[in-house]
Design a binder for this molecule. Structure first.
Ligand SMILES: [Zn+2]
Length: 190
C-alpha cells in the first residue's frame, strides 16, 4: 500500500473481512507492506486499542525508504516520494524485467531513480495543472522520457482530465508508447 489515503487503502477493510471469514484458500496471515501508521488506522476503524487483533489475518510490515523485499522471485524496492504525506513508489524486478509504479506523488528525485530504464512505468496523472502532490500527464511523459522508460501507463487520472486527454498529453511529451490503465487490463512485458 503506497500510502494511507482512503482511495488507496479503503479496500483493505473488505479484504480483511474476506480473509477472516470468507473461507478463501489464501495463506494467512497475508503480508501487507504499508506505512507504519496503518496499524493505528485499522485499530481506530475497528475501535480496538491496537492492531494486534488483525495479526492472524494480516501481517503488517512497515515500508521505509530504500526497503528491498524478495518475494517469490520478485525483488521489490520502495522509495519515499513527495505526496504531502508518507508515501512510496515501487520498483519491481523479475527475470530481467522491471516495472516502476509512482504511487501518488509529485515529480521527485526518488521517483526518477526508481524509474531509471524500466521496461514499464506506471505513473499517476491526477492533475490537469502543475501540483505539489501529483503529476500532470506532461510530468508523467517527461519522467518516462528523462528516465528512458520503454513504455508508459498513465493511471489515477483525476476528475479534471479524461483518460484519452491524459494519454495524448503524456504521449506528446514522452514520444514513446503510452496507454491509460484500465480495470482488468493485462500488459505483458514480453
Ligand atoms: Zn493520495
Amino acid at each position: 500500500m503506497s500510502h494511507l489515503h482512503l482511495d488507496h487503502v479503503g479496500d483493505l477493510l473488505n479484504a480483511y473481512y474476506a480473509l477472516a471469514w470468507g473461507q478463501l484458500e489464501v495463506e494467512r496471515p497475508l503480508p501487507v507492506y504499508a506505512p507504519a501508521a496503518l496499524s493505528t488506522r485499522l485499530a481506530g476503524f475497528f475501535e480496538q486499542p491496537d492492531a494486534g487483533f488483525v495479526s492472524d489475518v494480516l501481517d503488517l510490515r512497515p515500508l521505509r525508504d530504500g526497503l528491498v523485499v524478495e518475494l517469490e522471485g520478485l525483488e521489490l524496492t520502495s522509495r519515499a516520494v513527495e505526496h504531502g504525506t508518507e508515501a512510496y513508489g515501487l520498483l519491481a524486478r523479475a527475470e530481467g524485467r522491471s516495472l516502476a509504479y509512482s504511487g501518488d506523488c509529485a515529480p521527485c528525485t526518488a521517483l526518477d531513480e526508481l524509474a531509471a530504464g524500466v521496461d514499464l512505468l506506471i505513473c499517476e496523472a491526477d492533475s490537469g495543472e502543475a501540483s505539489q502532490v501529483h503529476h500532470t500527464p506532461e510530468d508523467a511523459g517527461a519522467l518516462a522520457r528523462r528516465t528512458g522508460a520503454k513504455r508508459l501507463v498513465v493511471t489515477h487520472v483525476g476528475p479534471s482530465l479524461s483518460p484519452s486527454a491524459a494519454t495524448a498529453r503524456a504521449a506528446e511529451v514522452f514520444g514513446g508508447p503510452v496507454v491509460c490503465a484500465e480495470v482488468g487490463e493485462v500488459l505483458s512485458p514480453w
